[in-house]
Design a protein around this ligand. Sequence first.
Ligand SMILES: [Zn+2]
Length: 411
Amino acid sequence: MALEGPAERRDEGQQGGMANGNGVAPPPSRMAGRPLGAAAYSDRRLRLNPNTEHKPQDYTDVRGEYAPAVYSALERHLPPSLLEADRDVKLHFMRDILARYWPHGERNKVHRHKEYRQKIVHLYKPLHQELYSMHPSAFFLPTFLEAVRTNTEESIASIMTEPIAGVFSFAMLQPNFCDMLLEEVENFEKWVHAMKFKIMRPNTMNKYGAVLDDFGLEAMLNQFMEEFIAPISKVFYPEVGGGTLDSHHAFVVEYGKDRDVELGFHVDDSEVTLNVCLGKQFSGGELYFRGIRCENHVNSETQHEEMYDYSHVPGRAVLHRGRHRHGARPTSSGLRMNLLLWCRSSVFREMKKYQMGFSSWCGECQREKRERQIQCVKATKLVNYSLEHSYAVHLAANILLLASNTFLLYF
Ligand SMILES: [Zn+2]
């Protein structure tokens, strides 16, 4: 699965230090300079289930590679003995864990990428400045805005259709916002072409399109995720980190003549993916879904009831788990452009390592579980049958014995 590259690389980095999948002890060289008391906790494990009653401390003043929300979310998973420790102790404990999750090589890559972005932002002149900060009523349709602002399960469900389990579709963006974003992307591409600037494409599978975060839209899109996607994913995808989204990758893809034609079957490097059609005129390009799968089952067969094809409508969004296998059929005519927002949760990715074997959200894990239950019921029936059978034989023998005794009495 080509799109999973970055996630797989991060996983490789983790395994050395996390050999048994649950230890979090840092190597001795990292112990220097730690606050008093931290070493005493170094062999403790995170808890798989968060302590929902615990109120995490405030980390908003903490600067570094991770957003303060990551520490607040992770704090609920700390071993009970650490929950009431000093904030510094907890912070070091969590940083140790996160440092393994994000090894040195990866950090260098991120640093280079930051420089690349700074260079673009410094030189590129935006066409629609109003896109670069959040203006909810100009961006979103009133129905969508009201549902999210009411922020109840009912209000959110009221604007959604769920054509197949786990895929939600809803009218989301103002036509004018879609047009402006398309024009901005086109303007950026023209600039790239004129400057002969070598840009990074959205992922390994798309040769066309642009990463929106790279030319200044990152802050707006982060707010987009936090305020308008997280409330929905918290309701529909809590088991894959929908409630703890803390980073994103946002890009526009382009399909049609002289662009990408189709997109092969794959999963996304995201916990939750938002896919919104921005326009323009096109035919074809349906999005096909083929069941949700964990890493162990990513290539397993599709069940008939997991097949679903979605036809894009400009302004309308599709929301699904990143692990929901999908692809895009060829766009047969015209030009189709879609906004993609891959939403990620570092807490979910960390906690996933503690999970062994079974993923409640994986269609194949569920199927295997059902199969085991059926086998188990069958085996129980068989045992019951043989017990009943032996009971009947036993009864018959007793009757015969009684009859023979009676017989004996007679004669
Ligand atoms: Zn599975």
